[in-house]
Design a protein around this ligand. Structure first.
Ligand SMILES: [Zn+2]
Length: 170
């Protein structure tokens, strides 16, 4: 078994409608293609394809919580839940953090596109308020607190889904 986790994906394609990406995911063959729009969250997926991790921040001065200087959120939110105004996009400068929690997945359910076994990890990123869930590329035993850094599937490797963000031990 490889010491790195691989994906077992059927490549997805995208079309652009205005600023939004529409994903075509042929998960169950051509007739079973699932279509869905990333809508206002499209910049997040475009960022992954370019090897950039983008979050959102509320900068509305009238916001009762952020008061114009909100924390960076990931996964991103298009609109602020506190003042309902659009949030602004910002790149995570150094996409690193630590393992906040993890699950060792030996057997996945139907449709899982990550080769088992693998570690599903929750990452607390430096400078980000929230916690991001994804998978670890390494198959080495891990513990809570281990440092990790983001890896991206870009170019021809891109799946155009959340699987394009993963982590490796730092
Ligand atoms: Zn706000």
């Amino acid at each position: 078994m490889s010491d790195k986790v691989r994906l077992q994906t059927t490549p997805a394609t995208i079309t652009e409608t205005g600023d939004a990406w529409i994903l075509h995911l042929p998960r169950f063959g051509e007739e079973g293609t699932h279509f869905h729009s990333y809508g206002l969250l499209t910049p997040y997926f475009k960022g992954l394809k370019e090897g950039r991790l983008l979050g959102t921040r509320c900068v509305c001065p009238e916001c009762p919580i952020s008061r114009g200087d909100g924390e960076l959120w990931l996964p991103p939110r298009a609109d602020c839940p506190d003042c309902h105004q659009p949030m602004v996009w910002e790149e995570v400068e150094k996409p690193e953090g630590y393992v906040y929690a993890y699950t060792y997945v030996e057997r996945g359910g139907t449709g899982l596109e990550i080769e088992c076994p693998y570690y599903q990890i929750d990452v607390k990123l430096d400078g980000v308020a929230s916690i991001v869930k994804s998978y670890l590329l390494d198959r080495k035993p891990i513990k809570i607190g281990d440092r990790v850094r983001a890896r991206f599937r870009t170019g021809s490797e891109a799946t155009h889904t959340c699987l394009d963000l993963c982590w490796e031990l730092a």
